[in-house]
Design a protein around this ligand. Structure first.
Ligand SMILES: Nc1ncnc2c1ncn2[C@@H]1O[C@H](COP(=O)(O)OP(=O)(O)O)[C@@H](O)[C@H]1O
Ligand SMILES: [Mg+2]
Length: 253
């Protein structure tokens, strides 16, 4: 890479991608609504890995769901490249979710009767991708996550870490620009959890996918670029902890 390319690369890394502005969310409850998100404002940079940490019940999952348009906020905005996500019709919102966002959850939610490759292909087929193309993509992704020799195993024939890697490949099959992971290692032992984390970092580096990872695991969180700490529905602090490579914001933050 020559000097000019390097500069361009750096400016891309520093660019603003997602802006979250004064997000509030309440859930209906008696005697009064449960006010879960109490004004979240944060900017995410293209290509970074940011961890969201905080005690159970502070609103991490609620925040992640809204960030990925799985749920709507009570008030506030989420802008992707300055486009107001919730200012779209339900159809546009579904398209946005399919094409731009990949989700990984604590429990992988793989379909037990289907093989690894069928599970990974599923979102692509539902989206209308040609079967051959979907197969090729799914195979490539399973190889990327180190499961090239497990294509035809069913989830029950895979270890916990392998299942989570299949879920990761599935989340990437429609080529999202952002990956949202909710406790992706929460159900794994320390060593397997670390391996999944290392894989996330490799995918972030190789594919440039922006990643937001909710985790209880402080040690793994501190391997990300930034750590945002949530307390009682707000972001209390944001620490830059990783190398410039994974902060994606080395000059701006
Ligand atoms: N769909 C819902 N309906 C009602 N209350 C909810 C709903 N989802 C989450 N909550 C409540 O909101 C609070 C925050 O939940 P959550 O975002 O899952 O926290 P965290 O992921 O940080 O553990 C919790 O008290 C939870 O019970
Ligand atoms: Mg949660």
């Amino acid at each position: 890479m020559n000097k000019i390319d390097e500069r361009q690369d750096t400016s891309t890394n520093n660019s603003s991608f997602i802006k979250v502005l004064d997000l509030h969310k309440s859930f209906p409850a008696r005697p009064e609504p449960l006010h879960v998100l109490k004004g979240i404002t944060i900017e995410l940079f293209r290509g970074e890995i940011i961890a969201i940490v905080g005690a159970s019940g502070v609103g991490k999952s609620t925040f992640l769901h809204i960030l990925g348009a799985l749920d709507r906020p009570g008030s506030g905005k989420v802008l992707y490249d300055n486009v107001d996500v919730f200012n779209q019709s339900n159809n546009e919102l579904a398209e946005f979710r399919n094409r731009r966002v990949g989700f990984v959850f604590q429990f992988h939610h793989l379909l037990p009767e289907f093989t690894a490759i069928e599970n990974v292909m599923m979102p692509a087929l539902i989206y209308g991708m040609d079967r051959k193309d979907a197969l090729k993509r799914a195979e490539g992704l399973l190889k990327d996550v180190g499961l090239g020799k497990r294509l035809n195993h069913r989830p029950g024939e895979l270890s916990g870490g392998e299942q989570q890697r299949v879920a990761l490949a599935r989340a990437l099959v429609l080529d999202p620009t952002v990956l949202l992971a909710d406790e992706p290692t929460g159900n794994l032992d320390t060593k397997t959890g670390k391996a999944v984390y290392d894989l996330l970092k490799t995918l972030n580096k190789d594919k440039g996918i922006t990643m937001v990872i909710v985790t209880h695991n402080e040690a793994l969180a501190y391997e990300c670029g930034r750590v945002a700490r949530m307390v009682d529905g707000r972001i209390e602090s944001i620490d830059i902890v990783g190398s410039a490579e994974v902060t994606g914001c080395k000059d701006m933050c």
